[in-house]
Design a protein around this ligand. Sequence first.
Ligand code: GLN
Length: 380
Amino acid sequence: MNLNSRLPDVGTSIFSVMSKMALEHHAINLSQGFPDFPVSEKLIDLIHVQMKAGHNQYAPMPGVPALRKVISEVVSKTYHHEINFETEVTVTAGGTEAIFASIAGLIHQDDEVILFDPSYDSYDPAIRLNGGVPIHINLSPPDFSIDWDEVQKKINSRTRMIMVNTPHNPAGSVLSYSDLKKLESLAEEHDLIVLSDEVYERIIFESKSHESVLKFPSLAKRSIAVFSFGKTFHATGWKVGYTVAPETLTREIRKAHQFITFSVNTPVQLALAEFLSDPENYLHLGKFYQQKRDFFLKQIKGTSLKPLLCYGSYFQLLSFDGASQKSDNEMAEWMTKEMKLAPIPVSAFYKDQSDHKLLRFCFAKSEETLRSAGKILRRI
Ligand code: GLN
């Protein structure tokens, strides 16, 4: 068959590649981002209860009302933004589906979408599969800050959407209040939709605060905020996330969502509704992960690897510039195969694959795993 690929340049996701390599070479896997410690027993019990009570058929397409209602209460408490759970919250199969459904529902053929590299690997293909044109803007280490004048220059009459991610994967950087104000004024001036990936909203460190688009009233009017229970409750494998967006945007997102997944796992949604109603279950996440970040940093003290500042997410970037001539891809492969420790090469997050000699390590791991990783890193 003569098959003309829609995504000829795309291979298997770097997260799958590195996790597979780690498994094959019996390496400690700090590549793909997922916790290696258990989900709360209480949450698992709540799911059992729902399954045993017979809640095993399709959920309503936009999500179980009880869950959407609690989400609206949490959004109100956290961001002081009042939303209508009937019309502004949609439960999705993880953050990745939320992003895809938002783009599929709102981007027309040849619409331009601005995104910042390093970027999560689904953004660009999601735009292209839906007929959009990704416009990449490179951010550079060490701080990966956005030059808003450069953004302004990239905006033209075809620009429809701008995508942001804070706390940032893989950089660990966070957007500031002034970044959000600049985003707000640009989006208003050019009538843009903002797609804001905030899946690490609760994993934020030091005195930083999470600047959600939902905190800025005129930005919230034109934004889709994407969240993930996988990140907040250590359950990435359940694939449950959600969008918060004004009714006009939500209506279009749901048109796509209903034909991508239709609806999401019923008993998990019902259990999450109860679990999420207790703030004790999520309020301490920042502190929890800050300890893990610090424990990991202690392990690598005195090595030739230089940590970049990490203010959020569960990823730490380490620079090996000066320690090796290898490219980041070669370094990641060598580390996995020879040293038995798997990271992610950061060039995988750049469209132009620019090599900044950086590796990403996931510290959502038990102290035992991080200690073993530290032993290996100290030999490099
Ligand atoms: N979000 C995870 C990461 O950045 C990966 C998710 C996936 O494997 N698709 O590592």
